[in-house]
Design a protein around this ligand. Structure first.
Ligand SMILES: *[C@@H]1O[C@H](CO)[C@@H](O)[C@H](O)[C@H]1NC(C)=O
Length: 287
């Protein structure tokens, strides 16, 4: 006998609940605190994580899983007020001396002066691909979403859904692309006043310590790498249209150009002094 409709809809409701709980972020489940002792805290039953920095130490955490491709979103609220000298990092990195790495770093500033969002991509231990941006909002007054899409086609950095940088897979032109080494997600808050703010001119004001950055709403569509096997979250490949094959459509390409025209403050691909022998090959190829 078929169950009455109310019962089957309850079943459907319950199964939806269990599916969504799999994807719902919980910092206790997904991350571990790796340094800084009680300067890093998981709060609100796992919904919120805070890192702090004082004269004694910074703090940091890392994902429990390693990923081989993923679409990762995290909401961050950066150190408010005078954050000069502080650096908040949020990046993917593999192990070993020929590691791959995809970086977001937030360089603090004096009150009222803009943060610098620094990005870089390392392939097999070699980086030197910095692009830096100012943001079109105050990243300390509220949470904003910072995303890394890493799939076989390329790497896209986004802020609140707006792409700011793309590192296309140019293997066919001989440019190395990260695709074999699984990466872990790391984040930290630390003191870098020897270089971070105005190239090290502005020092950390320790009278304002502790400095605190907050994290919430981690969301990951990923292929988790474990024991040599990769298992991808559903939706990666639906009809060849999931995140594993996602790319920028024309509208999002135009948004990215808008950001780069108006907010990019440094691009290694236009720094002639740094590359007297010629720019790295990916700079010459159309993105
Ligand atoms: C800090 O503010 C100055 C002045 O607006 C700006 O030139 C610089 O890019 C900002 N960011 C850092 C990290 O120094």
């Amino acid at each position: 006998m078929a169950p009455p409709p109310s019962f089957s809809s309850l079943l459907l409701f319950l199964s939806l609940l269990s599916v969504s709980s799999v994807f719902c972020s919980n910092f206790y489940n997904d991350f571990e605190i790796t340094w800084g002792n009680d300067r890093a805290k998981i709060l609100n039953n796992g919904d919120l994580l805070t890192l702090s920095l004082d004269r004694g130490s910074g703090s940091g955490f890392q994902s429990k899983n390693v990923y081989l491709y993923g679409k990762i979103d995290m909401q961050l609220k950066l150190v408010p007020g005078n954050s000069a000298g502080t650096v908040t990092t949020y990046y993917l990195k593999s192990q070993g001396s020929t590691w791959d790495e995809i970086d977001f770093e937030f360089l603090g500033n004096l009150s009222g002066d803009p943060y610098t969002l620094h990005t870089n991509v390392y392939t097999q231990g070699k980086g030197d691909r910095e692009q830096q941006f100012h943001l079109w909002f105050d990243p300390t007054s509220d949470f904003h979403t910072y995303s890394i899409l890493w799939n076989p086609q390329g790497i896209i950095f986004s802020v609140d859904g707006t792409p700011i940088r793309k590192f296309k897979n140019h293997e066919s032109s001989g440019v190395l692309f990260p695709k074999k080494q699984p990466m872990r997600l790391y984040s930290s808050l630390w003191n870098a006043d020897d270089w971070a703010t105005r190239g090290g001119l502005v020092k950390t004001d320790w009278s304002k310590a502790p400095f605190t950055a907050s994290y919430r709403n981690f969301n990951a569509d990923v292929c988790v790498w474990s024991g040599g096997v990769s298992s991808c979250s559903s939706g990666g490949n639906v009809g060849g249209r999931g995140w594993l094959s996602e790319n920028l459509d024309i509208t999002r390409q135009q948004r990215m150009k808008w950001v780069q025209r108006n907010y990019m403050i440094y691009n290694y691909c236009t720094d002639a002094k740094r590359f007297p022998q010629g720019y790295p090959p990916e700079c010459a190829i159309a993105p």
